[in-house]
Design a protein around this ligand. Structure first.
Ligand code: ATR
Length: 271
């Protein structure tokens, strides 16, 4: 059977083997999916060895997404824009294609699992790091009426909006300059990872506004908790995780797996 793996450091906690094994069973695809712990200074060697030994594809996680971008022989447009690769595909002629399915996973979770619309909505993206960067192109493709990037360090948000300006219209600023009126607020900051809530005004949402945190956990993240306290419908990023995996699986196998049963199963094991 064909070999795939998730490479990271640390990688022990990764849910990707569980997700892809479930996808494979569902689609009747014969594959094995492993965890590959690469030494912090040996990503390239580890990936090259994996492919030399017959590996067909890798998912790349922290902290190797930038190095994977450099390793790839060719990049999809969304990976080039993100400047980061989370999926490597070994091609027939031995070349490595780098893609980034994180943003597509986010958008498909919002649209297909949650049933929320992005088109013609006012969208706020919190954060200006790698996670925000990866989400920009797929979000713009949904044609929100407004896309505003707000970051603790305002200059980083403005720089990101500048860099992406040829893909679509965006505004940017600091968290302290935020006004309200957003239909969808996506937390792409890493604040939740440190169990922190970015300093946000309470009047951020419209009456039907929704909140999405890219981070997930057994308990609601601080951002999800805060939004729900305000009466705002809120979701964490578990569906994004399964969604990016589904996009990777499609790239590798040409089959689109059904996300919903796998997401429900993961949610049960998480709580
Ligand atoms: P990632 O790859 O997860 O995006 P990153 O590139 O290190 O990680 O970016 C982290 C982002 O979260 C940044 O936008 C950071 O804001 P600054 O640019 O001002 O550092 C944001 N962030 C981290 N902790 C935060 C907190 N407690 N409140 C608000 N924003 C936070």
């Amino acid at each position: 059977s064909d070999r795939y793996a998730v490479v990271g450091n640390p990688v022990d906690h990764s849910l990707s083997p569980q997700i892809h094994t479930a996808f494979a069973a569902q689609a009747g695809e014969d594959l094995v999916y492993e965890k590959l712990l690469a030494p912090l200074d040996r990503f390239t060697e580890s990936a090259q060895t994996f492919f030399a030994e017959g590996g067909r594809g890798l998912n790349v996680t922290v902290p190797f997404k930038l190095e994977a971008c450099e390793l790839a022989d060719a990049l999809t447009e969304r990976a080039a824009a993100a400047g980061a690769v989370n999926t490597l595909v070994y091609g027939e002629s031995g070349n490595l294609l780098g893609d980034n399915t994180d943003g597509a996973g986010l958008v498909s979770d919002i649209r297909n699992n949650l049933g929320w619309t992005i088109q013609d909505k006012r969208v706020l993206l919190l954060g200006a790091g790698g996670a925000a960067r990866g989400a920009l192109l797929p979000l713009l493709a949904e044609h929100p009426s407004q896309l505003h990037i707000a970051n603790r360090t305002a200059a980083k948000a403005c720089q990101l909006a500048d860099e992406f300006s040829h893909y679509g219209a965006m505004t940017a600023g600091g968290l302290d300059q935020l006004c309200g009126g957003f239909d969808l607020v996506i937390n792409a900051s890493s604040a939740s990872l440190g169990n922190q809530l970015p300093p946000l005004p309470e009047h951020l949402f419209t009456s039907t506004g929704r909140a999405y945190d890219m981070v997930y956990g057994a308990k609601p993240t601080p951002f999800v908790h805060w939004a729900r306290e305000l009466g705002v419908e809120a979701a964490d990023g578990l569906g994004m995780l399964v969604g990016q995996a589904a996009e990777a699986f499609y790239l590798w196998r040409g089959v689109k797996p059904r996300v919903e049963p796998v997401l429900a199963q993961l949610r049960r094991t998480l709580t």
